[in-house]
Design a protein around this ligand. Structure first.
Ligand code: TMP
Ligand code: MG
Length: 351
């Protein structure tokens, strides 16, 4: 099996899932900055979901509830065939903290089996990561710094002789897990034939391995656009495909570049058909944990976009800018249940 083949797999064990939500609900948004209240018909099997949803709502900050309601209604009335989801990976689909430890990113979990190079990459992380989340560095300057970080790190991975076997072992040993409700979210979207594009500045080969090892399943509607590795016949990393995607260039250029280039290379990241389909879906639900993630939809001439931000760090300093940038901001490493609920409104189960 090639590293990118997970999207096509159908014979993996399926997790026991809470069924998708029944979306007979009425909504009464009562507060601009905290939880909104609602009533819905829940079966007893949905109780766990209800409790989790209520908890995640307590962590939701909504700047302009009327605008959110308007966009929700517009997306719902256009129907699921017009909707697509674009999601960041690290810190968005994955938890920020796991049993008191920082969840690792797709880059961060890598152990090359070469201590010298692992330490060099860690030193880069220690220097650049605080800069990534600094609210005071101007965007142009920060973009240059991020380019520098990614290029140096990818250079070290090649120089240090990373192998695909080391990737598998690293993922097995990693502190990484998906937010609660992620599987149910993807299942619901799969049922509704809504495509999910995971657009990550991380590493595609690792993201796919995380899906394989941590979820033991695939979703036919999910595609990964991220930095993809090229291995030689001995499974040793020799280069990266295409232009580097870092946290601050997830914009039109990155999206345009990703699908056709990977298609030419016979890569499962995307095809011209997928790309056209994505362009035709003019309503977008965007999930990110970084303001730069909003650039993920720049290449699309969308009609409506609902953006959901997960603010995991520096909350006090960053809340104002996140509130301005995202329609909904989730604090305190919230689960995906709030997003599951939002999607059940965008694509009700009876449509
Ligand atoms: P994302 O686009 O999926 O969020 O992935 C990017 C994250 O990866 C970003 O938050 C920084 C992180 N990162 C590391 O943890 N280690 C690294 O060596 C690099 C280059 C990035
Ligand atoms: Mg992220």
């Amino acid at each position: 099996m090639r590293p990118g083949d997970f999207l096509a797999l159908t014979n993996l064990p399926i997790l026991h899932l809470i069924p998708p939500l029944n979306a007979s609900l009425s909504r009464n948004i009562s507060d601009t900055s905290t939880a909104y209240t609602f009533s819905r018909v829940f079966s007893s099997r949905d109780r766990k979901t209800l409790a989790s949803t209520a908890m995640s709502r307590e962590n939701a900050v909504i700047r302009d509830r009327e605008s959110l309601e308007r966009k929700t209604a517009a997306i719902r009335s256009a129907g699921a065939s017009k909707l697509q989801v674009i999601a960041d990976f690290d810190g968005t689909l994955t938890k920020y903290s796991i049993n008191g430890r920082r969840g690792q990113t797709s880059h961060g979990l890598l152990q090359q089996g070469n201590t010298e190079y692992d330490e060099k990459r860690q030193a880069l992380y220690d220097y650049y990561h605080p800069l990534e989340y600094s609210p005071t560095i101007p965007i142009e300057e920060k973009t240059k710094l991020m380019e520098e970080w990614w290029e140096k790190t990818h250079g070290l991975l090649i120089e240090g002789g990373l192998t695909f076997d080391a990737i598998k072992k690293s993922v097995a040993d990693a502190t990484i897990s998906f937010r609660d409700g992620l599987v149910e979210l993807f299942e619901y979207l799969e049922e509704k034939d809504v495509p999910v594009l995971i657009f990550s500045a991380g590493l595609a080969d690792i993201i796919e391995e995380v899906f394989r090892q941590k979820l033991h399943r695939s979703f036919k509607n999910v595609k990964v656009v991220s930095n993809r590795m090229v291995f030689d016949n001995n499974g040793r990393l020799i280069s990266f495909k295409g232009k580097t995607i870092h946290v601050l260039n997830k914009n039109e250029h990155a999206l345009d570049m990703a699908a056709p280039v990977h298609d030419k290379l016979g890569d499962p990241n995307g095809s011209v058909d997928d790309y056209t389909m994505v362009k035709n879906r003019t309503n977008v639900l965007l999930l990110g944990d970084h303001i730069g993630d909003l650039g993920m939809s720049d290449g699309l001439n969308y009609d409506n976009r609902i953006s959901v931000g997960f603010l995991n760090d520096n909350i006090e300093k960053s809340i104002e800018s996140y509130k301005e940038a995202f329609d909904v901001v989730y604090l305190n490493d919230a689960s995906m249940w709030g997003v599951v609920d939002l999607v059940s409104q965008l694509c009700p189960s009876n449509q």
